[in-house]
Ligand binder design. Structure first.
Ligand SMILES: Nc1ncnc2c1ncn2[C@@H]1O[C@H](COP(=O)(O)OP(=O)(O)OP(=O)(O)O)[C@@H](O)[C@H]1O
Ligand SMILES: [Mg+2]
Length: 351
């Protein structure tokens, strides 16, 4: 083989030679023993060698020392089934310049059968810029995630403060109606605060595990609601349902009303009661959220126009593209919300 100056016709490069020499990426032709048979202009420039200096070197001379031993084995593996492929897929590869400095590289291998035997064409692309850009994107993404977390945290804290303010206000009044309004406002605001709390505690920051949320909301209401001498037991059967913040807020508010209604109305005059929380996935993106109680049963005709709670539920259910119903049971009531498809673009507007 004639090394660095093949195919010249009177000092001029032929067509294919030109393509090889002027290729924008460093390009080598390497023999099965790992010896560099040819290297183009860009290879010399990028690797810091003089014209023709690369020819005759081993490929192990242009990779960092720590990769050399492994590379010899990889080279043998390549020749056992040579085919066009990127080198070291999934690995971070690096190339070594003459002065010992390194740069990150993508390396493509393509076997070529020549009159001199099997050789391999090696194209090396310097990916320093791309890796820097990727790093900048990753940094910026992390920064945004941290900010989003911080925002959910602050929204949750602000809502928690509002909820406490309602509580503090309630200590200054004896009026039953005012007390009721303050207690319910406190619960509603807390239901929203818990959505933001759930959001900053998850990795995704955009989706809430509604099953977990629903259970803790009901637990919390059970813990704080004054059910006056009634022992209420809560059980649950929950399938995992991921919802966005736009869905979690109305769903949370609906569940808040269902649960307060059960605690407030179902067990009037009783000593004990059972509440069962159910969340089922229906269809690929739909869900059914139910709260069943074994209480006194809702009076016939309890519907959208009954009170603020049911009005709010129906309004939010419509926003979610769902339907709400109070279903009479043999014993008690099932408050059931069906949402056939949870689509992301739901806005919360309770005005
Ligand atoms: N689980 C239930 N068991 C028995 N009755 C119920 C149940 N859920 C709702 N109701 C009945 O439906 C009525 C309307 O409920 P709604 O939530 O709209 O109003 P409310 O709870 O009375 O007042 P608020 O505006 O504070 O919610 C209730 O007054 C109650 O009679
Ligand atoms: Mg109510």
């Amino acid at each position: 083989m004639d090394g660095g100056a093949p195919g010249r016709h009177g000092g001029r490069l032929d067509y294919y030679q030109l393509i090889f020499e002027r290729a924008p990426d460093p390009t080598f032709v390497v023999d099965p023993g790992g010896r560099i048979d040819r290297a183009n202009d860009q290879a010399a420039r990028v690797f810091g060698y003089g014209a023709g200096e690369l020819v005759g070197l081993s490929v192990e001379d242009v990779i960092p020392e720590r990769f050399r031993a492994r590379h010899v084995a990889h080279r043998a593996a390549f020749w056992s089934g040579p085919r066009l492929r990127p080198m070291g897929q999934g690995l971070k590869l690096a190339a070594r310049r003459k002065d010992g400095s390194e740069f990150p590289a993508d390396i493509m291998l393509s076997p070529i059968a020549t009159a001199h035997g099997q050789l391999v064409l090696v194209v090396v692309r310097d990916v320093t810029e791309r890796q820097l850009a990727e790093q900048r994107l990753l940094d910026s993404l992390r920064e945004k995630e941290a900010l989003l977390k911080e925002i959910h945290h602050r929204v949750k804290n602000n809502l928690a403060v509002m909820s406490s303010l309602f509580y503090l206000e309630s200590r200054h009044t004896q009026d039953a109606t005012t007390l009721k309004i303050l207690q319910e406002s406190q619960d509603r605001v807390r239901a929203m605060a818990m959505v933001h709390e759930a959001l900053y505690q998850t990795d995704s920051l955009a989706a809430v595990d509604f099953a977990e949320y629903a259970r803790s909301l009901c637990d919390r209401l059970l813990g704080t609601y004054r059910t006056e001498g009634v022992a209420v037991r809560l059980s649950s059967a929950l399938e995992p349902v991921q919802v966005t913040v736009e869905q979690a807020i109305p769903l949370g508010l609906i569940l808040n009303e269902m649960m307060t209604n059960a605690l407030k109305h179902a067990f009037a005059g009783r000593r004990a009661g059972e509440v069962r929380l159910q969340l089922e996935r229906v269809s690929p993106s739909g869900c059914e959220l139910s709260l069943l109680d074994d209480g006194v049963g809702a009076p016939g005709g309890a519907g959208e126009s009954s009170g603020f709670g049911l009005r709010l539920i129906h309004l939010l259910a419509r926003q979610l593209g769902g339907e709400f119903e109070l279903v009479p049971l043999a014993r008690g009531t099932q408050a059931r919300l069906r949402v056939p498809a949870l689509t992301p673009a739901v806005t919360v507007d309770v005005a």
